[in-house]
Ligand binder design. Sequence first.
Ligand code: NAD
Ligand code: DAU
Length: 345
Amino acid sequence: MKILITGGCGFIGSNFIHYVLRHHEDWQVVNLDKLTYAGNLANLKDVEGDPRYKFVKGDIADRELVSRLFQEEKFDAVVNFAAESHVDRSILDPSPFIETNVKGTQVLLEAARQYKVERFIQISTDEVYGSLGETGKFTEESPLQPNSPYAASKAAADLLCRAYYKAYGVPVIITRSSNNYGPYQFPEKLIPLMIRNALAGKELPVYGEGKNVRDWLYVEDNCRAIDLVLERGRVGEVYNIGGNCEKRNIEVVNAICEILKNHHLTQHLTPKIRFIKDPRGAAHDYRYALDCSKIKSALGWEPQVSFEHGLKRTVEWYLANQAWMESVITGEYQEYYQKVYGANG
Ligand code: NAD
Ligand code: DAU
């Protein structure tokens, strides 16, 4: 099987490429990535020499390049991770989100249609469902009510996938996962940002009162679910993939501080949490929680890594890979940080 993985130099994409090459000896992987600020070749350094792996630098919204690639490589399947993925950035400027997440997905769908791929897996998110109150869970039937430009662009892509399935029979399957964490996550997201700030002796900026709830999923559990969907999922279906692990943000930040304390890394430097004015305003979803009974009954998938274990592994990975952390941060990151956190940073 030859698969096109887009956005493979990002967080989940690079973990998925590692997963595929570890679990499928005879699969070939082509990774198409634009190498935005979030994409790093360093994430895949260890597989560069693997004859089953090939990297192509390019944009999924580039119609000509995508069409040529499909013609040359004759893919059996596509897994589309490529996206602008950060909510705060989408609030600062939605345009790249429309270009990549909406137009880019349509370009890929069109190529999949023309070259008749057997499977098209669209990596979507629980954010398309909007926000929950204190109770309840989203099922695959919940209405799409996105609140940020990021979530709206992902919902638009999901609807295009549905339309390409209905109108042209493109064999699309959508996965909607909750918040992933683990190695290689760019330090703009909650967990790696807090680890980096704590190690650098900077304050830990928690939005609002830190009461928002996210459902945390260890990235390897997500990779296993996507792999199952790719092999055995039903075409035309949507699968929720959640961690069954709801935590308030402040609990997550406290848990990181605790692990760092146990490593005696912050003994002279107690990390200081600072509650800052919420930069997301009304677009900040209060709570996400996913009902994952469909993927459990259809494919036998359940998360295996507990939050306690996964978070410890994650913190330890970042401690062992501080050079990676610093290498992925550019001047652009400092500018972005200043815009979101301002004097609070
Ligand atoms: P990421 O930001 O870490 O990586 C995105 C990757 O896509 C980068 O390598 C980047 O260079 C590449 N890319 C961006 N624009 C591109 C373009 N136009 N053409 C080709 N490549 C491009 O993202 P992530 O956190 O790994 O998320 C991957 C996917 O999973 C996204 O579609 C996201 O919406 C979805 N998702 C993420 C989470 C999460 O918790 N991180 C949860 C649910 C769903
Ligand atoms: O739910 C799936 C989504 O999870 C994915 O679709 C997105 O691509 C991914 O970025 C993630 O979105 P979130 O907005 O939930 O993740 P983030 O890590 O940015 O924020 C998690 C929570 O922490 C959120 O309530 C905002 C809060 N937060 C975040 C940062 C970066 C803070 O309090 N302080 C911060 O500095």
